[in-house]
Design a binder for this molecule. Structure first.
Ligand code: AMP
Ligand code: MG
Length: 319
């Protein structure tokens, strides 16, 4: 895993903490479990005395390992890679039933966004030199698989009163249980400029909500000494420009799958196309765009997101 990450210039640890979380009340009744999974860092934070905690962590871990064997675009032996190599076109018919909802959500987002979101970018990513020995699959669910894995793991877990859990897979978070969590939205410019505040805002997340962040600063493609965005415009195949970060909050009806898929889609669309897209197709999702203007940071939020942002460190415009 590390070699792939280094090849790409990915700073996975930093990405995994795209949202740094702290408890609303005390910090000391929480426990965090962390391990590498699905090409990033998986983290589970638990508050309250959960029964069978070890068993719960094992179930989350097993869910991610299982889904990696199905959905990885890196691993040539994964189900996705094998089907892509065979030239699969009817994905929904070909894939295992347990991952079909992930493909369905991805294909729907592609249709609705008129291919701004487009799993076929895997082909371009491969020609840009991603993956070892050209093994990167031509069909890529990297923009949605981690969110799907979080929802998949969440289904294996039940929480009792006053128990609370936060699943985080590479910056895709979902809250389970009644207690709220405060999430800091990372300032994408702080990793290159220590004078910038670490966070651009804070949001409080409640039961069932998910949040996903897509960013350009800590994860990118190095090509001929140049840094290119790892998020491509699926309509043109070109690396995107202009946006440094997008954060999406979704209610439980949408889940982490859509938070993940939407953060990438809205990264490509930008606020001008993205806000009407959201209002048409996903009106319950909240979005924040951070334009790539480090010297004059500003936040562009949907109205509902603007109402949720606390302690903003830059001016907020609404769309
Ligand atoms: P995320 O971090 O969730 O925004 O996902 C970014 C990853 O999604 C990239 O590293 C690519 O593997 C993949 N990707 C890039 N551009 C697109 C796109 N336009 N549509 C779908 N997937 C994409
Ligand atoms: Mg995504």
């Amino acid at each position: 895993m590390n070699r792939k990450i280094l090849t790409l210039g990915f700073a996975v640890l930093a990405l995994a903490t795209a949202c740094v979380l702290h408890n609303r009340q005390t910090r000391d009744d929480s426990r965090t479990f962390r391990w590498p999974s699905m090409g990033t860092i998986a983290q589970v934070t638990v508050r309250g005395n959960l029964a069978h905690e070890d068993d719960l962590i094992a179930r989350v871990r097993d869910s991610y390992t299982h889904l990696e064997s199905r959905l990885s675009a890196w691993d040539p032996t994964s189900e996705l890679s094998r089907l892509a190599a065979d030239g699969c076109t009817n994905w929904l018919a070909a894939v295992s039933p347990d991952v079909r909802p992930c493909y369905a959500a991805a294909l729907r987002l592609a249709r609705e966004s008129k291919n701004a979101f487009n799993p076929a970018v895997g082909r371009t990513l491969r020609t840009l030199g991603i993956g070892r020995r050209g093994t990167y699959a031509s069909f890529d669910l990297g923009a949605i698989a981690k969110g799907f894995a979080v929802d998949f793991a969440a289904k294996q877990i039940t929480t009792g009163p006053s128990e609370s859990l936060l699943l985080d897979l590479g910056g895709n978070l979902r809250v389970l249980g009644d207690r709220p969590w405060r999430a800091g939205i990372r300032n994408p410019f702080s990793c290159r400029d220590a004078s910038q505040p670490a966070f651009c805002a804070v949001v409080v997340l409640t039961n069932g909500e998910s949040v996903a962040t897509s960013g350009n600063y800590e994860r990118f493609i190095e090509k001929d000494g140049k840094r290119l965005s790892h998020i491509l415009d699926g309509r043109t195949g070109e690396p995107t420009h202009g946006i440094a970060g997008v954060t999406v909050i979704t209610p439980s009806a949408y889940g982490a799958t859509l938070a993940d898929g939407l953060s990438t889609t809205l990264f490509v669309l930008g606020p001008d196309e993205g806000a009407p897209f959201l209002a048409t197709y996903y009106p319950q999702a909240l979005a924040l765009w951070i334009p790539d203007t480090p010297s004059s940071p500003r936040l562009i939020a949907t109205q509902a997101m603007a109402r949720r942002l606390e302690q903003a460190t830059a001016p907020i415009e609404t769309r």
